[in-house]
Design a protein around this ligand. Structure first.
Ligand SMILES: [Mn+2]
Length: 317
C-alpha cells in the first residue's frame, strides 16, 4: 500500500492534505510533516494544508488559506491523515478531489477513500509518515528536511505522551530515531508542548488544595462559576486541569464537576474502574477510562459520586 500511495502522489500536480477537526499534535504533525516532505521532494507540485487553526499549536504549523478558491482551478488529490471517519474531517472541499488517500492509525471504522493505509499498531500517523518516507527514500530517493523531522517528531511525542503510553513500540522508537538525527530544537518543542498559562497554573493550585480523596480511592474536584470567573478561565480551558492530581497515590478514579449556566459538566477519568457506563447513564459517554457526562443539580452530582464510589470499591487491581 505504501508503494501504491507513492504512485498516486506522483501522478497528481496538486495535492490537498487534510486531518481531523480539533487538531492535536499528531494531526498537525502528520499533515504538515507530509506536506513538508512533498514540497521538498516534488518542488514542481502544489501542496496545500487545510483545516482550522489551533492557537495553542500554532508553534507547530499554520494552515493554508483559500480552500474555497484555490481548489477550483485544478484537479487535485486529497490525502486525509489521522482521521478514522469522514465526519471528523476538518474542511469542506476534501470530497472534491479526483482521488482520496486515507492514512491513519485509528481502527478502520469507516473505510473511506480509494487508497487506504491503516496501521493500528502505529503509535501515531506521524510514525506512519516516517515509515512512508523510508520506503520512498529507498525506492525514489526522497530526502528528509529538518522542518518535516520536527513536525513528525512532535506528532509522535503528542500521541505517545513523550514515549510513556503503551502504544510506544520498538518501531515507534526506531522511526522516531530516524528523524531525531536532524537538528531541530527538542528543548524548545518540549517547552512549548507542556507549558500552561499562568491563570491555569494558579487555578490548578486551588484544585490541588481542595480536591477530595475518598476512602474508596475516588478523587472529587469542583469548579464553580465563581472560581472560573475569578481566574478568567473558560469551561473549555478548564479541561487542561483534568489530570491535575492524577498522580495521587491510592487514586483509582476521579471526577470534575464544572458549573455551567444551567447544569454541570462532568469529566470522568480512571486508572482501572470502568466509568463510561456511569457517564452513559448521565447523558454522556466516552472511553472506559475517560468519559464525559452532564449533571442537572446537586442531587445528580451526589448520585454520580455514589456510583463512582461503588465501582472504585468493587475494583480489584
Ligand atoms: Mn493520532
Amino acid at each position: 500500500m505504501k508503494q501504491k500511495i507513492l504512485q498516486t502522489i506522483e501522478s497528481y500536480a496538486a495535492i490537498a492534505i487534510y486531518r481531523h477537526e480539533k487538531p492535536d499534535p499528531d494531526a498537525f504533525g502528520s499533515q504538515a510533516g507530509l506536506a513538508a516532505l512533498l514540497k521538498h521532494n516534488y518542488p514542481e507540485k502544489t501542496i496545500y494544508m487545510f483545516g482550522e487553526e489551533e492557537p495553542s499549536l500554532s508553534f507547530l504549523t499554520n494552515m493554508d488559506e483559500g480552500e474555497s478558491s484555490v481548489l477550483n482551478e485544478q484537479a487535485f488529490l486529497t490525502v486525509i491523515c489521522d482521521t478514522g471517519n469522514t465526519e471528523r474531517i476538518d474542511g469542506s472541499r476534501w470530497q472534491e478531489g479526483s482521488r482520496l488517500v486515507k492514512i491513519d492509525h485509528h481502527p478502520n471504522v469507516e473505510a473511506y477513500g480509494h487508497d487506504i493505509w491503516v496501521n493500528t499498531e502505529a503509535s501515531s500517523t506521524s510514525e506512519m509518515i516516517i515509515d512512508l518516507f523510508l520506503t520512498a527514500k529507498e525506492s525514489r530517493g526522497w530526502e528528509m528536511t529538518t522542518e518535516a523531522a520536527r513536525l513528525l517528531y512532535a506528532g509522535i511525542i503528542g500521541d505517545t505522551g513523550r514515549f510513556q503510553f503503551s502504544n510506544t513500540t520498538p518501531d515507534t522508537l526506531r522511526l522516531a530515531a530516524e528523524v531525531l538525527r536532524y537538528p531541530f530544537d527538542t528543548t524548545e518543542l518540549f517547552t512549548r508542548f507542556y507549558e500552561s498559562d499562568e491563570k491555569i497554573v494558579r487555578l490548578k493550585g486551588e484544585v490541588l488544595q481542595h480536591f477530595e480523596l475518598t476512602e474508596e480511592g475516588l478523587g472529587i474536584a469542583r469548579l464553580t462559576k465563581t472560581m472560573l470567573e475569578r481566574y478568567n478561565i473558560s469551561i473549555n480551558e478548564s479541561s487542561a486541569l483534568v489530570n491535575a492530581f492524577s498522580e495521587t497515590k491510592g487514586l483509582k478514579a476521579w471526577v470534575f464537576f464544572v458549573e455551567e449556566e444551567e447544569n454541570y459538566r462532568v469529566r470522568l477519568r480512571s486508572k482501572g474502574p470502568v466509568i463510561n457506563e456511569i457517564a452513559a447513564a448521565h447523558r454522556g459517554g466516552g472511553h472506559p477510562m475517560a468519559s464525559g457526562a452532564k449533571a442537572y443539580d446537586q442531587n445528580e452530582i451526589n448520585e454520580i459520586i455514589k456510583e463512582l464510589k461503588n465501582v472504585c470499591r468493587e475494583y480489584q487491581e
